[in-house]
Write a protein that binds this ligand. Sequence first.
Ligand code: ADP
Ligand code: MG
Length: 248
Amino acid sequence: MIITIANQKGGVAKTTTSAAFAAGLRQKGYKVLAIDLDPQGNLSDNVGADNLEKPTIYELLKNEVSINDTIQKNNQFDIIPSNIMLAGLEKEIIAELGKEQRLKESLENNDYDYIIIDTPPALGLLTINAFTASDEVIIPTTAGIFSASGITQLYDTIRNVKKYCNSNVKINGILITKFNPRSNNNQDMKNLISKLAEYIDAPVYKSFIRNSVVIEEAQTRKVDIFSYKKDSTVATDYSQFIKEYLSR
Ligand SMILES: Nc1ncnc2c1ncn2[C@@H]1O[C@H](COP(=O)(O)OP(=O)(O)O)[C@@H](O)[C@H]1O
Ligand SMILES: [Mg+2]
């Protein structure tokens, strides 16, 4: 199963969700690979992957190395890291046929149970490669920054990928993140959920992720939230979300 975590807005917890989801699935005994498809390399940094000396997703997408050369084993999950070189890829391959299929082709014949793809805050060629390679998309969003035009654009991009590149891809659900019970009340939440349902043909998960300092503490220590503080609100929220995802 290949799952992309996407939203063209920055700061909505795409990277945090990718890491928690990958670590949680791995701790359930699945074989998990995370792919950092963001030139900012936040996911790579959060798990302490080497994205300077070793080959990254950039070399893989340019067909310069094989997938096994790029996978790094980590105590959290296996990862293909990225770095800023990836920012130039779109221009380098713009005139090439099949440029949307690069990632899909690289992932053929793998033996992972789950591949989780973290994407940049944009709907360009990298994110389109992720949608083309994926079975499912999960959309994290915060209650604060909801915009109807943003969500419509994202939905249209997925529909176009479905039409031209990958008829299988579908949105599995929308995950509300960084929820703050003090500034976001239940009414905000209900409004957000009904707006989302209006603009996008996908369910909103019942589970949502609360705000917590534990996220940044764990990221600084380069450990996953479950190993860091299994009983924290945010570790509980993410395990609840994973349970809900697996029960679908
Ligand atoms: N539930 C949360 N509670 C508190 N901070 C969070 C939470 N989720 C994410 N963050 C923080 O918000 C910032 C943006 O999250 P990130 O996952 O990098 O978003 P994106 O990948 O969408 O840009 C990071 O500093 C991260 O540590
Ligand atoms: Mg990110």
